[in-house]
Design a protein around this ligand. Structure first.
Ligand SMILES: Nc1ncnc2c1ncn2[C@@H]1O[C@H](COP(=O)(O)OP(=O)(O)O)[C@@H](O)[C@H]1O
Ligand SMILES: [Mg+2]
Length: 359
């Protein structure tokens, strides 16, 4: 008669199965939430550190393989996933917000806002709670990209952000009349950013994405002073790599001791909408090499795409994630790389004690 499977044996067999990104035992990380055994069938509940986990499939395969190899009597293995984003232990500055991610670039026109909004939408589409703060005082374009015509309201002396498809959004553009240039002086700017962070009812968020101005000056400095930012993403285009704009942004973040979460190469290549052929308009691999040289993660490349521009101009960028648009996949992949990176940094910062959840 075949031996029956016990819960203890399953837990023992799971020892050594690691989170591929964090490099530590799932058990040790407290990610195995429950194990159920019914006859020779096993169900394992894994709680991921982000719903945008790029390696879910691998975790599932590793668990199945470990159980089937170590316990030959096991027949069916079912792995269920949920996710709980873990905040930094030092957090607390923005209550309810687990991670703040600044998106910057060395200059304008590289698609920084398009990428920042796309990252927010992609994280949200994975199931995370996401907010978006447009801190680009020189050219706030988030309201345009998301087709927002409403303005925030005030309740109990706190600003209630505009909701774009359920995502809270604040923009410097809400304060500046369109087509008017505002010259922000240092203290005024610092005050405005402080208001946008601390006087806005953001609610409970896993990620707050911040679209920075294309300069490396005042705004990142204010942010760094006001918040424990989780880190910054730098957006560049293949030409910038040669022009060293990206390096300027990287250097500025380093000076402010802001963690570099990764580099994104926008307008990386062209995908022909007719034949699907991929053309490297500006050469390839530049940003990846720069990332390697600077020892920061390369999060991925985003192709030049006519729809991305048109939908953005028409305030319909969110449609890429509602429909099965061909741009959805590369943008989701980018967000997943970012989320994974944040999980790694959080884990490193928290140095999670060994959790004794089961047993
Ligand atoms: N990958 C892309 N493919 C096509 N057009 C893009 C892409 N990324 C950005 N754009 C377009 O380039 C222009 C500048 O983008 P934007 O996000 O406003 O840049 P930035 O915030 O860096 O100034 C916009 O018209 C935008 O629609
Ligand atoms: Mg912009």
């Amino acid at each position: 008669m075949a031996e029956t499977v016990t819960r203890e044996a399953v837990l023992e067999a799971l020892r050594g199965v690691k989170d591929p990104e964090l490099g530590r035992d799932l058990l040790e990380l407290g990610m195995i939430k429950s194990v159920e055994v019914a006859g020779n069938d096993v169900a394992v509940h894994v709680e991921l550190t982000t719903p945008a986990c790029p390696l879910k499939g691998q975790i599932e395969r590793d668990i199945t393989a470990a159980l089937k190899t170590k316990l030959p009597q096991v027949r069916g293995v079912r792995v269920e996933f949920t996710a709980q984003v873990r905040g930094m232990s030092r957090g607390g500055e923005l209550p309810g917000v687990k991670h703040t991610i600044a998106v910057g670039s060395g200059k304008g026109g590289v698609g920084k806002s398009t990428i920042a909004v796309s990252l927010a939408l992609a994280l949200r589409s994975s199931g995370a709670r996401v907010g978006l703060l447009d801190a680009d005082i020189y050219g706030p374009s988030v309201p345009v990209l998301l087709g927002i015509s409403e303005r925030p309201t005030v309740e109990d002396q706190r600003i209630v952000p505009v909701q774009a498809g359920g995502m809270p959004v604040m923009s410097m553009g809400f304060l500046i009349p369109q087509h008017e240039a505002v010259i922000w002086r240092g203290p005024m700017l610092h005050g405005a950013i402080q208001q946008f962070l601390h006087n806005v009812h953001w609610g409970e968020l896993d990620y707050l994405v911040i679209d920075l101005p294309p300069t490396t000056g005042d705004v990142p400095l204010s942010l760094a002073q006001l918040l424990p930012l989780t880190g910054a993403v730098v957006v560049c285009t293949p030409q910038d790599v040669a022009l060293a704009d990206a390096i300027r942004a990287i250097t500025a973040f380093r000076k402010l001791k802001i963690e570099l979460l990764g580099l994104v190469e926008n307008m990386s290549y062209f995908l022909c909408p007719h034949c699907g052929e991929r053309t490297e308009l500006f050469g390839s691999g530049g940003a990846r090499r720069l990332a390697e040289r600077e020892e920061i993660p390369f999060l991925g490349g985003v192709p030049l795409n006519l729809d991305l521009r048109q939908l953005g101009d028409e305030g319909r960028l969110a449609e890429i994630f509602d429909n099965n648009h061909p741009m959805r996949q590369p943008l989701m992949a980018l967000a997943e790389q970012l989320a994974a990176r944040i999980s790694v940094i959080t884990e490193r910062e928290r140095r999670l004690p060994k959790l004794e959840i089961l047993g």
